[in-house]
Design a protein around this ligand. Structure first.
Ligand SMILES: Nc1ncnc2c1ncn2[C@@H]1O[C@H](COP(=O)(O)OP(=O)(O)OP(=O)(O)O)[C@@H](O)[C@H]1O
Length: 254
């Protein structure tokens, strides 16, 4: 039987009486990378926030088979790491301290960081090539540099499940490629990654894809499946076409 990392049963979200998510049910297998794509306003970020327990909803979300509400807070924070979009983080904190925040769910209340915490921070900062800036203030970094530090914070949690909303925002192509390698390595080690991505060619590198439109899942399948690719072309009104190029699927604009 497939292990399910995150599942949702009939989740609906309305904001100011406006339906944003409409009865979504899904099961995301563990040890795979799922990308969530769809047009602007489809509800991608809202869905990811709901799966992370950050957005109240009707229906139920389960993390590793247990309803989110039944998880003790710290255990849940060690199990599910989150990288949000445009997150407010105190700009006066150093890069090192920002990434150390990712270790909070591992540390006893008011305890100094352990050797394991410091090692996790260093590993995460090196993985995102942010180690050299560790003493700088977050506010002194460019948009892409800041994004890499926030990615390091999520990695430092060392959670088995990672949810990332537009993780490639502001990243240049080499760092997008690094992110891809990182995600593949995490998944190879058994982690589950779920990411909202606007870069369709990168989203197509995932194992599975969830295609969203108007608050509903219109397709869920393997990226390599022809049906997934047709659903993707359709949801963008035929304005993209998907082709194979050097062993990869790429989306071209029409
Ligand atoms: N706080 C809010 N108040 C009112 N409407 C909201 C709020 N947050 C989101 N919405 C609306 O919900 C819908 C879905 O938003 P969401 O951010 O989830 O979409 P998305 O698919 O991530 O979009 P994008 O591709 O533009 O980032 C949009 O129509 C948006 O305007």
């Amino acid at each position: 039987m497939t292990n399910i990392a995150i599942s949702a049963q009939q989740i609906s979200v309305s904001i100011e009486k406006h339906p944003i998510l409409q009865g979504i049910s899904l099961a995301l297998p563990a040890g795979r990378w799922t990308s969530i794509v769809g047009p602007n306003g489809a509800g991608k970020s809202t869905l990811l926030r709901t799966l992370a327990g950050l957005q109240p909803c009707m229906g139920q979300v389960q993390l590793l088979g247990r309803p989110l509400a039944h998880w003790p807070r710290r255990e849940r924070a060690r199990t599910l790491a989150w990288l949000g979009q445009n997150e407010a983080v105190a700009d006066e904190l150093t890069v090192h301290d920002v990434v150390l925040l990712g270790r909070l769910p591992h540390r006893p209340w008011l305890a100094a960081p352990s050797a394991a915490d410091l090692a996790a921070v260093e590993q995460a900062l090196r993985a995102t090539q942010a180690w050299d800036w560790r003493a700088r203030g977050l506010g002194q970094l460019s948009g892409g540099e800041r994004q890499r530090v926030l990615l390091a914070r999520a990695l430092a949690v060392q959670a088995p499940v990672l949810l990332m909303d537009e993780p490639l925002a502001n990243l240049d192509p080499p760092h997008q490629a690094d992110w891809l390698q990182l995600v593949r390595a995490l998944v190879a080690q058994g982690a589950t990654v779920v990411s909202v991505l606007h870069e369709i060619s990168l989203a197509l590198q995932a194992d599975d894809m969830l295609v969203l439109a108007q608050g509903r899942v219109v397709h869920h399948g393997a990226c390599a499946d022809a049906a997934t690719q047709r659903a993707l072309e359709q949801v963008f009104d035929g304005r993209i076409a998907i082709h194979a190029l050097q062993g990869q699927w790429v989306a071209v604009l029409k």
